[in-house]
Design a protein around this ligand. Structure first.
Ligand SMILES: Nc1ncnc2c1ncn2[C@@H]1O[C@H](COP(=O)(O)OP(=O)(O)OP(=O)(O)O)[C@@H](O)[C@H]1O
Ligand SMILES: [Mg+2]
Length: 381
């Protein structure tokens, strides 16, 4: 093991050097603190023995310097008889030990043994820590893989549900169209214009329905990239409202309380689609008179724009609440709702780095909270 001995007195270097070499140490010697530091930098010995009182750089300075260069080094201080203060000071700077001059072999042996033990312990601790770190890294990697697998299988399951739903949903309008065509073909010669019109209308409606399902699904597929831009929230909501103005019955009042100052960073068409789905549901949830309120505020702390859609409709039963974002989940009568509205909305909000949550009470109403990241944050998405 390498050992550096720093002492300005040549006889000490010689005698101590000899006895240390006989103990099996590879001893390097320096006659001053400055020289000692030079050698230390070059050789990086794990143990340093330094005299405390030396002209120029003293032992305390040497100790501080060495600890700075390599804090793991064990530094043993050699002190004279009256140097108790200095010795104590050296311990404060993390000297491993001190021995007094004249140096007794046993005292030196004990100090060296302790230093070596400390070094060994540190080494073992280091190995242990690296080992632990590696184990943690492995565990994290394993978790990541598991998570990915889980995600994949979840996605597959969702896809399965989705495909089953698509097949089922498309089957209805298609068989309807097919039946209408058959009837028309069979009866076309013996029937009047109204009869034929009725069936053609039916075919048109069912085709529309099928087309809407396909459109919603295309929305879901990742083909079309999102094009985000800065949009004024109030403008966007007002524009969305103009799409449905004709469908809002007079008994339903819609209140928009959105400050003009709020901007969002979003894909215009998609975000309007998301808002539209929520508002349409709200309108459909109000059987008689009712109010829909749309409020927005900025939460600087959390970095979100919060948009709340609240209705005084029938509310959602707690047992179906967890399912309303599922594809094809609907409580509306056959032919009315496809159950894709909230599924698509959820997807759109998520892909803006936002989230959508819902609270509802049967008989009181429902409120949806859409949280979109503030533009600063949205940029990082
Ligand atoms: N504001 C609301 N009030 C009460 N129930 C709601 C509300 N919003 C959603 N729901 C419930 O969640 C279900 C799913 O909504 P979603 O918009 O996904 O489908 P849908 O409205 O049934 O059909 P679609 O929107 O495809 O025409 C609805 O059928 C309804 O039961
Ligand atoms: Mg809907």
């Amino acid at each position: 093991m390498k050992l550096l001995l720093i002492d300005d007195e040549a006889p000490v270097r010689e005698i101590l050097g000899l006895s240390l070499r006989s103990e099996g140490y590879e001893v390097m010697t320096a006659a001053s603190g400055k020289e000692g530091i030079e050698i230390f930098r070059r050789e990086n010995p794990p143990i340093v023995l330094t005299d405390i009182k030396m002209p120029g750089m003293d032992g305390i300075e040497v100790l501080k310097k060495i600890k700075q260069i390599n804090p793991e080094t064990e530094v043993i201080i050699i002190t004279g008889h009256g140097d108790m203060d200095l010795a104590i000071q050296s311990l404060q700077f993390e000297a491993s030990d001190f021995i007094t001059k004249p140096i007794k072999d046993e005292a030196l042996a004990v100090a060296l043994k302790r230093a070596k033990e400390k070094l060994e312990m540190k080494q073992r601790l280091k190995e242990y820590t690296t080992n632990l770190e590696n184990k943690v890294k492995e565990a994290i990697e394993e978790l990541r893989i598991k998570e990915m697998q889980l995600f994949q299988s979840k996605k597959l399951a969702a896809l399965g549900t989705l495909l089953a739903g698509v097949a089922h949903e498309l089957n209805n309008p298609l068989s309807n169209i097919s039946t209408s065509c058959q009837i028309l073909l069979e009866e076309i010669e013996n029937t009047d214009l109204d009869f034929r019109k009725h069936f053609l209308k039916q075919i048109e409606e069912q085709t529309d329905k099928a087309r809407n399902i396909i459109r919603s699904l295309l929305e879901f597929s990742r083909q079309k990239e999102f094009e985000k831009e800065t949009l004024n929230l109030k403008d966007i909501i007002q524009e969305t409202m103009s799409f449905i103005r004709g469908q809002v019955p007079a008994r339903v009042e819609i209140r928009v309380e959105v400050p003009e100052s709020i901007n969002i960073y979003a894909d215009k068409q998609r975000i309007q689609q998301a808002f539209l789905n929520i508002i349409t549901n709200a309108i459909q949830s109000i059987p008689n008179e009712g109010i829909i309120s749309i409020k927005a505020e900025v939460d600087e702390d959390k970095g979100f724009v919060n948009i709340k859609f609240k209705d005084t409709g029938v509310g959602i039963k707690p047992e179906i609440l967890p399912r309303i974002f599922d594809p094809f989940f609907t409580t509306k009568e056959v032919g009315k709702g496809s159950g894709l509205g909230l599924f698509v909305t959820h997807e759109i909000i998520e892909r803006h780095g936002g989230r959508i949550t819902v609270k509802s009470k049967v008989g009181e109403g429902t409120s949806f909270l859409v949280q979109l990241p503030l533009r600063k944050r949205a940029y990082e998405q």
